[in-house]
Each structure stands twice: as C-alpha cells, then as structure tokens.
Design a protein around this ligand. Structure first.
Ligand SMILES: [Zn+2]
Length: 471
C-alpha cells in the first residue's frame, strides 16, 4: 500500500516566488543523481538515480531519503540516473516521469535487471519487479525539440545530450511573475554530456535557449580522452595479441550503449578483415534486451549509421559469429572454457552479474585479457583491476591478477573537460549567471571549476543538502 505522500522541509510560502535548487545525490561523487528544483510551492526532480560503488551503496539505495516531488524529469536511462524510480513510486509517488521514448524503453530494461539482482542479494531489496512495472506506468514521453507544459509556469524541452540512446539535456523554462511583468528563466540540466565522436548518436545539441543557470556534469572534469579514431586500432591490437596467445578477451561492459558500441566496432573490424572471425559472445540478457531496444529506436541514431546501415536495410549490430547466451549453465561453461573468444558481459564495473564468473575463471590466466571500457567507481572490483592490484577478493575468495589488463578510455560516453568547454563555447551563454557542478568526484570537480574560471564562467560545486537560490 502506498505510503502517505511526504512533505519536505524545503516547502514554504516564502519560496513561492523564488527558484530553489538542491541535490541529494551525485554531490561530489558520480552516482545517485537526484536534483531538485522548487518553484511556486512545487518540487520538480531531475533524475532519481541509484548509488553505485563507494561505501555500502545497497544501504544507501534502500535507506537514503527520497524527497517526494510533484514531477520527475528523467535525462537518460543509466542506473545512476533512473535506478531509484521504483522506490520513489513504492513510497507513494503518483506524478508523471517525463523522458524521451528511447529513455523510457531502456529504463525498463535497466530497472527490471536491478530488481532481479536485488532479489538474489542478501537483505531487504530497495524494490521489487512489481514496483518497476508500476514505475513504468508513470512515464510520459516526448521527443527532442518538443516541449511539454508541466505546470502553468514550467515548460520542459529535451535536447540531445549525445551520451546514450535517447539521452537528453532538460531545458526548464520557468515563468516568473514580477508585478505585471513576466520573466522567462531557462535552467539547463545537462544530465550526462556525450562526445562529438560518439559512434551511434549525434553530438550534444547546442541550440537550446540561453540558460541563466546550468547544472553541469563533471565526471571527467580532470581528464582528456583519446580520440575515438584510436578505438579501432587499440581494439584490433588487444584482440589480436590475446587471440595469438590463445586467450580470451573478457570485456566487462555496461549492457546499455557500451555493449552495442563494442559490437558495432567488432562488426566493422571483422568486416574489414582486421581481426579473425572468432566467436563473440554476448553473455548478458540485459545487453541482449537493450540491443532490442536500440533496434526499435533508429530515430536516435546519428546520420552515419542511418546512411551506412538503416538506409540499406542492414543491422549495425549483427555479427555472423555472435552468439547470445541466455541460460546460466551455458554462461558458466563459457566462463570455464579456455577456447579463444571475445566475451562481452555485464555488469560494467564488475560489481554483479555474469561477468563475475568470467573474471573468477579468467583472471589468473596470463593468456587472457580483461579489457575495461568504461568508468570504474572507487571501491568497485573493476577499479581494483584497473589499478592492477596484485590480489583481488571476489565473493570472499582471493584471486591473483595475472591476466593482462587494458583500458580503452576513448570509449567514454562522457565529454572530457576540453570537450565540455568546447560544447559550452557553442551554447548561447549571453544570459548565463552561474554553472553548478554536479556528478563528479572531488578532484574532477576542482579541476573543471578552475578551467571554467579560466574561461570566464562563474561556477560553484554543489554541496550536499545545500539550498541554492536562483535569482
Ligand atoms: Zn549516463
């Protein structure tokens, strides 16, 4: 039975004419995105993400306070942006969840997978499958460039964020009344910003109305990525040297977007004769489901994919030697097999899922390669492998790290700090008063803040439970 709707300490008559913003996640860290904005005695939430990595994320996902908003705006499907929506609904949320259609469909894949994982973990789950199904009933979707009137004084428009399929930046247009005058205030929540060179989706949009405030992600605020052009060469080199040794290439991957990007690159490498046509296994029911979602949202692909594949009736993700593994028994026997192969399996930071068995059985074999292709949060098994710790503990057992470890940074779906500055330079910042930094670890945020200052952008790093008055 839904709990009674909570009121929060932030509501108050004095706030009626002010716009107040605060965050309860992705504050000096990169997961748990939950941002709130209050206006006219209403609370709007941007993203309702789960925590990953760090100290006891399960406890935080189960017990951290969720503010009950009037509306939720979801920038994209990733778990750290969508993962607590079912708990919000379970705790009584009755409003709408606004997103693009592709985000809705990918979110359903991600939430159902999370509920399944939680059902097998010790302790009380944050939510169950039935809560996910209920959450899906709250979605209201619209495409990039179309606006939705959420309240008399709030209009929301999505702009392509270029990060993953369906990902959006949300332009919140508030109408403030000053005596007989009206002022339109645009506040931009970037969600996660992608890169010019994303192989599947178009680059981040820059044609949104001039924002007065930007809530900007800062995941790679202190890093620069390699050019995407390098991916082909690096992937070719790593796959070939591993196969020549007779080993397996184990790729822990996010099931959504990254897995499809890898399949797309492997398809091209095989088609160009750059790597042998060895078996490629996608051992992740979630990745298989996500690939299905990609196939019904070709409206989100970039022009190159549309021209090269869709216009010719071809599927950008079909590889002849690709096999999908559906049952657990086959997954385990693949993990134990020593035959050369490429195995793409989730979860991306090696914290759960079938990749765990592949790592357990493959990590002590120097012929194998563990190829990391995504961000690894502090405290995760993926981060320990990335840091090349001599011994790693998996499920209470110690394993020697003897497999070769590679990381391809160019795969990142996040803009690096130079790309963020480049993107900002193309946005109309004529009215910009301040940039608020969210979704980044401390070092990354400190550097991005410095770089933004150097480029003349006033900015502030958002702190936990601090209220910001946007005037
Ligand atoms: Zn993301």
């Amino acid at each position: 039975m839904p709990l009674e709707k909570k009121t929060t300490t932030y509501r108050g008559a004095q706030l009626k004419k002010d716009i107040i913003a605060y965050s309860k996640g992705a504050v000096e860290e990169v997961t748990g995105s939950k941002h709130y904005i209050e206006f006219n005695n209403k609370i709007y939430e941007i993203d309702c993400g789960a925590f990953q990595g760090g100290k006891d994320p399960e406890k935080r996902n189960r017990e951290s306070e969720l503010v009950q908003p009037d509306s939720v705006i979801l920038t994209h499907a990733h778990y750290d942006h969508s993962g607590l929506l079912p708990r919000l609904v379970k705790e009584g949320y009755a409003g709408k969840i606004y997103s693009t259609p592709a985000t809705r469909d990918l979110t359903s894949v991600i939430l159902m997978d999370s509920a399944k994982i939680q059902a097998h973990e010790k302790g009380e789950p944050a939510y169950e499958e039935k809560d996910c199904l209920e959450a899906m009933n709250h979605f209201s979707c619209f495409m990039y460039g179309k606006h939705k009137i959420i309240d008399d004084d709030l209009k929301v428009t999505f702009y392509n964020a270029g990060h993953i399929l369906g990902s959006a930046m949300a332009d919140l247009q508030f109408t403030k009344k000053k005596f007989l005058k009206k002022e339109e205030v645009h506040i931009l929540y970037t969600g996660d910003i992608g890169r010019e060179s994303n192989p599947l989706v178009n680059p981040p949009a820059t044609d949104m109305p001039a924002p007065k405030y930007i809530f900007l992600e800062s995941t790679y605020g202190n890093k620069t990525h390699e050019s995407m052009d390098k991916v082909y060469n690096e992937l070719q080199y790593i796959i070939n040297r591993t196969i020549e040794r007779g080993g397996k290439v184990l790729i822990p991957s996010f099931a959504v977007e990254r897995a499809q990007e890898i399949i797309y690159f492997i398809k091209n490498l095989m088609a160009d004769g750059k790597i042998p046509k060895i078996p490629v296994y996608v051992d992740s029911p979630m990745a298989v489901n996500a690939t299905g979602v990609f196939s019904i949202h070709s409206e989100c692909f970039n022009d190159k994919i549309k021209d090269d594949f869709m216009a010719k009736g071809k599927n950008p993700f079909s590889v002849r030697s690709l096999k999908t593994i559906s049952n657990y028994k086959d997954s385990l026997s693949l993990a134990k097999s020593k035959k050369p192969a490429i195995v793409i399996s989730a979860q991306g930071m090696c914290e759960a899922g079938r990749i765990i068995n592949h790592i357990k059985h493959g990590i002590e074999n120097p012929d194998n390669t563990i190829l990391l292709v995504g961000y690894m949060c502090e405290g995760t098994l993926g981060r320990k492998i990335l840091d090349k710790e001599e011994t790693v503990e998996i499920d209470g057992e110690n394993f020697k790290l003897k497999a070769e470890v590679h990381k391809i940074d160019a795969f990142s779906a996040h803009a690096d700090y130079k790309e963020i500055i480049d993107w900002l330079s193309k946005v109309d910042t004529f009215k910009l008063k301040k940039i608020f930094l969210v979704h980044g670890e401390k070092d990354a945020q400190a550097n991005l803040s410095k770089v933004l200052n150097e480029h003349g952008y006033a900015n502030e790093i958002v702190k936990e439970d601090t209220k910001y008055k946007l005037v």
